[in-house]
Design a protein around this ligand. Structure first.
Ligand code: ADP
Ligand code: MG
Length: 514
């Protein structure tokens, strides 16, 4: 068995209270078990209606305790899941790693059910109940008590041996599942492109292989789990036999009275039961712990500052960004000053860190090293909502939401949607299906609806467009950039026509003389 991680106390509200409640319920259950055994032994040696009624009460009481415990466990687990989901979503806003977040929020978080609702109650019970039973056995008969005291620790020892093995397997299993989730999401989002290039079949093959690997890993984990349950069952059964056989012999000899012998025989299995139950839930808990660890290692959401931003000069000082689990920097020691009113065009091959630089400006990604100063104030100290109010951002692929075109442009903002749509060249009459060009225009129209934004950020607005559409979008971009500072990411040379300055990124490094 594994001890309870002390970090949980700080991480989860009400965790301590939950453990205490489980402890109290465990103690009450122990009392019910002792009373029940006593009454049953009494009833068997000396039948009486009074004893029978009391026994019925004890059994009902024990059942009620089980019911209350499981209701409390379920309620607490639901709360834990909600807390964890909120935490994951809040942090994923910074990392943009949608695939594994999706797996974690949906399938993954549910994995903690086994730990909080099943394993923990059994674990607490497996401490309280055996101790109470053992105490009663020692007072009833020293030999029987000592036999139980010696064999009882065998169960956790065997459980730990098997469990160490299970845990490694479950963790591997979990990693496999989240890779699968990430890959699946990537494939689905990229399906249109894959179809165009005739690669959809090859990807289907990859997904199938990964799913097969996952299925056989699941079977292996289950095999280990069943085997471990069997081992614990065997140890417990043999131990009870070790107690029962001598008691039986001594009863025949007359060395023990029937009442005591019955109490011992009824209580001995009860000592092993909670430990076996906890052991059986051990593998179920492993997935929950793996999930908790996963949540812990998500990038921390740093607290944001409250300073009011003023858009003047923006200065990157030695900005380095490395995404989690990447072996190279997305940005390396970037020094760059963007002067007010400048139209900076950022060029460079795909993967050179252009979008990352915009993400840093947007406050989506925090520099791993270095800092960004906005008019002398570190971006970290700014109130992000107020800062983003100053930004008009057109991402590489503007996200479309279910709803009308007008709703998609306004996104709930005030303003003249029609004028913005017209400025962006959106044709409302061609409402069926949204082409890449139309989608880019929706992104641009959204930017037009933010007249107070002083900084325009455009990410490859013409990457997937034909040259006529490109020319139209460029004219729109020029209109948008008027009277603002602009950072324009360009894939093709056409956009450099708008630039007052061009800088180039290569492998995350700024090229000096671009
Ligand atoms: P560009 O926009 O110039 O194509 P990006 O800034 O998107 O380049 O990417 C720079 C590098 O960082 C690439 O190696 C890319 O794979 C990596 N990268 C970008 N976004 C993430 C992310 N969310 N997680 C991990 N790596 C990322
Ligand atoms: Mg990009």
């Amino acid at each position: 068995m594994r001890p309870i991680d002390p970090r949980l106390r700080e991480e989860l509200p009400g965790f301590q209270k939950y453990l205490v409640t489980l402890g109290v319920l465990g103690a009450l259950t122990a009392v019910a078990i002792l009373v029940q055994a006593e009454l049953l032994a009494g009833l068997l040696t000396e039948p009486a209606t009074g004893t029978a009624a009391l026994l019925g009460g004890a059994i009902l009481g024990r059942a009620a305790l089980t019911w209350v415990a499981s209701a409390i466990a379920d309620r607490y687990t639901t709360k834990v899941k909600a807390t964890l989901r909120k935490r994951v979503l809040a942090r994923s806003l910074q990392t943009r790693d949608a695939g594994s977040t999706a797996t974690l929020v949906t399938r993954g978080i549910d994995g903690v059910h086994g730990y909080f609702a099943e394993y923990l109650p059994k674990l607490v019970g497996s401490v309280v109940i055996p101790l109470a039973v053992l105490a009663r056995l020692l007072t009833a008969d020293l030999v029987a008590g000592l036999t139980v005291a010696v064999t009882l620790p065998l169960i956790p020892v065997f459980a730990a041996l098997v469990g160490a093995h299970t845990r490694a397997r479950t963790e591997r299993q979990w990693r496999l599942l989240s890779t699968l989730g990430g890959h699946f999401l990537d494939v689905v989002t990229g399906l249109p492109t894959l179809k165009v290039f005739g690669r959809a079949q090859a990807q289907a093959e990859t997904v199938r292989k990964m799913a097969d690997a996952h299925a056989s890993a699941t079977m292996r984990t289950l095999r280990v789990a069943f085997l471990s349950a069997l081992v614990l069952e065997l140890v417990a059964t043999l131990s009870v036999a070790l107690v029962a056989v001598p008691v039986g012999l001594r009863l025949l000899d007359g060395g023990l009275d029937a009442q005591t012998a019955l109490v011992i025989l009824l209580l001995a299995p009860e000592a092993y039961l909670p430990l076996r139950a906890a052991g059986a839930k051990f593998h179920a808990s492993a997935e929950g712990l793996a999930v908790l660890e996963e949540v812990r290692t998500l990038p921390q959401a740093q607290p944001e500052g409250s300073a009011r931003p003023k858009l003047g000069e923006i200065r990157f000082e030695g900005v380095t960004v490395r995404y989690p689990e990447r072996d190279h920097n997305a940005l390396s020691n970037v020094d760059l000053t963007i002067r007010a009113g400048e139209r900076l065009v950022l060029v460079g091959p795909s993967g050179s860190g252009k979008s990352t630089l915009l993400a840093v400006l947007l406050g989506f990604v925090r520099p791993t090293a270095g800092r960004v100063l906005v008019d002398g104030v570190d971006l970290r100290e700014l109130d992000l909502t107020a800062w983003r109010a100053q930004l008009a951002w057109v991402p590489q692929r503007p996200t479309m939401f279910p709803g009308s075109l007008a709703d998609n442009i306004s996104l709930g903002a005030e303003g003249d949607v029609e004028a913005a749509a017209e400025a962006a060249g959106i044709d409302f009459s061609r409402a069926t299906g949204i082409s890449s060009g139309q989608r880019q225009r929706v992104g641009l129209a959204r930017a037009f609806l933010r007249p107070r934004a002083g900084l325009l950020l455009l990410d490859e607005p013409t990457a997937h467009l034909d040259t006529t559409t490109e020319a139209a979008i460029l004219r729109t971009a020029a209109k948008l950039a008027e009277g603002r500072t602009a950072v324009l990411v360009a894939h093709r040379p056409a956009m450099t026509a708008l630039a007052t300055r061009v800088v180039e990124l290569r492998h995350g490094k700024l090229q000096e003389n671009a």
